[in-house]
Design a protein around this ligand. Sequence first.
Ligand SMILES: O=C(O)C[C@H]1C=CC(=O)O1
Ligand SMILES: [Mn+2]
Length: 374
Amino acid sequence: MSSSPRIHAVETLLVDVPTIRPHRLSVATMNHQTLVLVRLQCSDGIEGWGEATTIGGLAYGEESPESIKANIDTYIAPLLEGQDASAVAQQLARVASQVQGNRFAKCAIETALYDAQARRLGVPLSELFGGRVRSSLPIAWTLASGDTARDIAEAEKMLDLRRHNIFKLKIGLRAVRDDVAHVAAIKAALGARASVRVDANQAWSVTEALDGMRGLADAGVDMVEQPIVAHDKLGLKRLTDANIIPIMADEALHGPRDAFEVAAAQAADIFAVKINQSGGLRGAARVAAIAEAANIALYGGTMLEGAVGTMASAQLFSTFGELAWSTELFGPLLLTEEILQEPLQYRDFALQLPTTPGLGITLDTDKLKRLRRA
Ligand SMILES: O=C(O)C[C@H]1C=CC(=O)O1
Ligand SMILES: [Mn+2]
């Protein structure tokens, strides 16, 4: 009998990649994204990759790229090195028992462990989460240049390319009425050719939100994402109960416990499921299960991950029975550098899922050597 494969090394790389244009959110303007990549090497020669990202340093979440790397290198990697690489759940339990919080770091580690194990078993990662119900995922694009005419031109280009026909607009930096006018102009230009949604990233008060929601509903917008501060779940319920326009919870969801609270209160119509925010793939699967049980619709969200986190998310989302609001797994398309040997396949308004083992991607390690932070 062969002995079980051991975890040899857990390495983290910080990779800074410029964005194709400034990406303006209410919390930060991004000119680059920092990918925290985890490379897990095992005694049987199998390698697994994972990724954590956040948005705007510490502007979006409680973990920064630097804290994720430091906490993995200092606290998590030593817990894993020498352990059985094929006993993924045991290794995750070991980490959970010694490390509080750090959802993004845990997501990167969990992804790398499952990628390695799926490669070992010779199956796509989605098989470890129950198997796929779809082989491609519709992908929304975020319009966030801050300029109405530029956003319309960008949307038209995406429609022409048949890459996206769902657009999420980032708002919350301007006065409510100015934001509504900006969004209404874009929706008027695109008409029935596209679904237009907005994300205020917590920028509004409850009264501003109620005001904005009326204007957005009149303009033909399909949904509003996280209009108010993340912790105000009663406020979110007020907005949902107002029944003006569908409300999506995003930053309110930091994993299954929040999902349960929001679902039990029926405080949102839709959940944005994110693997980083949920502390990993298993956490995200539980968030989705809670939504389904509560008859809340699903949306596959992104933390603007690069190719590794995007494909990890895609593998999981492909297993969801229902994905009524599609996904926004466009992260790699916002970046100027390709870090895969073969880029992800975006066509016909969808991301096509690979059928090869694990994440189904191969990193360009020479490129990473050049791009990684010294
Ligand atoms: O949804 C968020 O809050 C974060 C992210 C997702 C798409 C995008 O442009 O920003
Ligand atoms: Mn959001």
